[in-house]
Design a protein around this ligand. Structure first.
Ligand code: C5P
Length: 227
C-alpha cells in the first residue's frame, strides 16, 4: 500500500502576501490541487494525508480527489513537524511497511514517469529514495561581505526535490529521533540519513519546481498550461 503525505501547513512567508503559496492559483487551480492530483493519479496510491495549519480557512474541503480519500490533520511549526503529524494520522491499514510519498504542496509539476521511477527505486531499496537533480551551475561560497570566498566543487552534488519515498515506520522513527535531538531537518531524507540510512537519488525532471517566489509561480503557470 502507498500513501501520499502532503505538508501544507506553511505560511509561505518567503513568497510574501496574504495567501499561503499552496493556495495560489496556476492554470486555474491552486498549486496544492495540482500536487495532490499528480500523486493520486498513480494507480497504486491509496489516498493522501494533508497537514494543514490549525487556523487554515482556505482549504477547499476536498474529502476525495480522483475517487480516493483526501484526509487532513493539523501540521506543526516546522515542515518536519507537519510531516510527522501526517504520518501519525495515517489510517492503521497503512502499516509500518507501507510506502509513503512525502510531497510539497507547493510543487505542482510532478510528472507521472518520475513518480513511477521513484516508487520502483523505493521498493528496490530498503533505505528509500528521493527525486533529485545534479547541480549544473558553478557554486560560490560567499564571504560575509557578499564577495566570493571560494568556489565549491559541484561534483556529486544534487538538489533534493520531492516526492521522497520511505517506509512509514522507518521515516516516523527517524523524524522523531531528529526532533528529540533538536536537529532541524529540511527534508525527509536528512532525517533518514541521521538514522544511518543511505537513500537512493533518482534523477528527476528539472521542472519539478517548488514555488517559492513570484517568478516561480509564473514559471509554474507556463509549465502547467502546456501540459
Ligand atoms: O517553506 P517551504 O517551501 O520549505 O515549504 C515546503 C512545504 O512544507 C510546503 O508545502 C509547506 O506548506 C510545508 N510546510 C508545512 N509546515 C510548516 C512549514 C512548511 O507543512 N510548518
Amino acid at each position: 500500500m502507498i500513501w501520499a503525505v502532503v505538508p501544507a501547513a506553511g505560511r509561505g512567508t518567503r513568497f510574501g502576501g496574504e495567501v499561503p503559496k499552496q493556495y495560489l492559483p496556476a492554470a486555474g487551480r491552486p498549486l496544492i490541487a495540482h500536487a495532490l492530483e499528480a500523486l493520486l493519479a498513480h494507480p497504486r496510491v491509496a489516498g493522501a494525508m494533508v497537514a494543514l495549519a490549525a487556523d487554515d480557512c482556505l482549504w477547499p474541503g476536498w474529502a476525495e480527489l480522483r475517487g480516493k480519500p483526501v484526509l487532513r490533520c493539523v501540521g506543526g511549526g516546522e515542515r518536519a513537524d507537519s510531516v510527522l503529524a501526517a504520518l501519525e494520522a495515517l489510517p492503521e491499514s497503512a502499516g509500518a511497511d507501507a510506502l509513503v510519498l512525502v510531497h510539497d504542496a507547493a510543487r505542482p509539476n510532478l510528472h507521472a514517469a518520475d513518480l513511477e521511477r521513484l516508487i520502483a527505486a523505493a521498493e528496490a531499496h530498503a533505505d528509500g529514495a528521493i527525486l533529485a537533480a545534479p547541480v549544473r551551475d558553478t557554486l560560490k561560497r560567499a564571504g560575509e561581505d557578499a564577495r566570493i570566498a571560494a568556489t565549491e566543487p559541484r561534483e556529486r552534488l544534487w538538489r533534493a526535490f520531492t516526492p521522497q519515498a520511505f517506509r512509514r515506520g522507518a521515516l516516523t522513527a527517524a523524524l522523531r529521533a531528529a526532533r528529540e535531538a533538536g536537529v532541524a531537518v529540511t527534508d525527509e531524507a536528512m532525517a533518514m540519513e541521521r538514522a544511518g540510512a543511505r537513500p537512493r537519488l533518482v534523477e528527476g525532471r528539472e521542472d519539478n519546481l517548488k514555488v517559492t517566489t513570484p517568478a516561480d509561480l509564473a514559471l509554474a503557470e507556463h509549465l502547467l498550461a502546456r501540459r
